[in-house]
Design a protein around this ligand. Sequence first.
Ligand code: CO
Length: 525
Amino acid sequence: MEPVIFNNNVLRDGHQSLAATRMTTEQMLPVCEDLDAIGFGALETWGGATIDAGLRFLHEFPFDRLDALKKACPKTPHMMLLRGQNIVQYSHFADEVVEAFVATSARHGMDIFRIFDALNDTRNMRCAIEAAKKAGAQAHGTICYTKSPVHTMVKFVEMGIELEKMGCDAIVIKDMAGLIPPYRAHEIVEGLKRRVNIPVWVHTHETAGLGAATYLSAIEAGADAIDLGVVPFANGTGQPDTMRMLALLEGHPRCPSFSDECRERLGRIRERLEGVYEELKSFTSIRNEVVDSDALAYQVPGGMLSNFRTQLAEQKMDDKFEDVFREIPVVREALGWIPLVTPTSQIVGVQAMLNVKFGRWKNFSPQAIDIALGYYGRTPAPVDPEFQKLAAKISGKDPITCRPADDPGTKRATMAQLREKLREAGLPDDDEHCVIHAMFPEQLAKYYAMKNKPAENTTVPNVAAPAAATAQTASAPAPAAAKAGQSHAAPWPGVADARAAAVDRKVAYRISIEGRAVDAVVEEL
Ligand code: CO
């Protein structure tokens, strides 16, 4: 039996899960030589929230980080998390922008693109998968794990078969919330191994205390690789620690062999990262470090739990915590049992909060409306038809059934337009800048504004100030939050017509998704 492959995710998911994605390239470099020498299957070094957070909070140009890490870890394949048509943002981009992002990242050395869609809609993954293959990189088709009446083992396996047909080099089960129990993982891995001929990798978190046991069970079922961290950027809401997993597998026929030298290197990494963890302590939280079975009770990601505790306190709804979390399955069911992962976890959470605050289905977030109308893709089960009708009436938009990126009614920037915009702004207009500008135009402009006059600039121009405990912490209601046309909140043109009783008072919420502020405005009735 082949030993299981250990990947290491400490430079991406490790600090995203435990330190609000705030590790700088400079803090990473001292551990790179050891990380690269151990012989991990892959190092997750980029993608997910690191591109946004790095640019926004750490003032790093994303491709500079990739270059630096690639140079510092030349031997081990590099891996990144990519949100399909959303790239690493929250809305859909034109195919040519997705293609340019993937090709450019591959040119900078990215080896493995781990591609997922928040709704598990494979149509939103196809373009990125094909682009990765075309660039000579690996495309890993990723299945978001969630629990619902429609998410059966058979459905997950069907999705795996489809991803293999689409040309993926491996299937990844992505359990972002750490909710997959060991025997469920066993069942799904076994089902996939029977039906697909490409490797099956498993990604989970230790949030609810199931992670390491789930890996063991998945390994028994034939999983080819698992993702791990290194303490202190491991366990809790992060991946299980590498040393711990090694100990857990001792005597197992598939235990990988780690020489004394490798163990020493792991020890050295840990020691250095202890220092980094201390430096980042304003972004760490005991809530993320401990195993919390609340995540199981509510079936939501750990980050969402801590986020919502804060958000509800700010809305003076502390006493409604239970009610809001009981409302989450109601919202999920109405929205076709969507998985809870960026950005759907926030969207469902906000809608649950609105339902509790104003009464069920009295107010809607624009994002929930878009999900109901198909603008995020095909939901796992049909959206409640009544809810869809209401969403159409309120927003004045028609439901769509095509792949969202093909919707002619939504304008999406082309590469030529992006290049033109950059030229107008006097910024470099290469593909690197085009794709970053497409996703984070304000942040890119601020990055250059700071870079060009570093001496005068003493304030950190974050749109959302770094939150104390976690990247997902909500800030207080922002009174002037949504100006029409400026944000997603493009707000509610139809609401007043739909509701005769609408009054003038508006409540603006500023939520943040992985550190990125998103404004939502609702009318208080
Ligand atoms: Co993860």
